[in-house]
Design a protein. Structure first.
Length: 83
């Protein structure tokens, strides 16, 4: 399914631009948004402006346009793995 010109599918890995570490996965694709699950934080709605790119099974979020709560969750996605 195309989302704002990007090819996005359920199960695609989610990344924050500038970070090579996966932070979650696409759970749902809708005409005007996608739902992503971020590790240790739950589900978030992502709209077109939040997406930097989507290709090869990867959805890359643009931190300049992401909502603050999503950005905080993305940055702390792997905190528990290192504790």
């Amino acid at each position: 399914m195309k989302h704002h010109g990007y090819g996005v599918s359920v199960g695609d890995q989610v990344f924050l631009d500038g970070n090579d570490e996966e932070i979650g996965a696409v759970r749902e694709v809708n005409p005007d948004h996608v739902v992503v699950y971020l590790e240790n934080a739950g589900d978030f709605i992502v709209r077109g402006p939040h997406v930097k790119s989507a290709h090869d099974g990867k959805l890359v979020l643009d931190p300049r346009h992401a909502e603050p709560a999503l950005l905080e969750a993305a940055r702390s996605a792997h905190v528990r793995e290192t504790e």
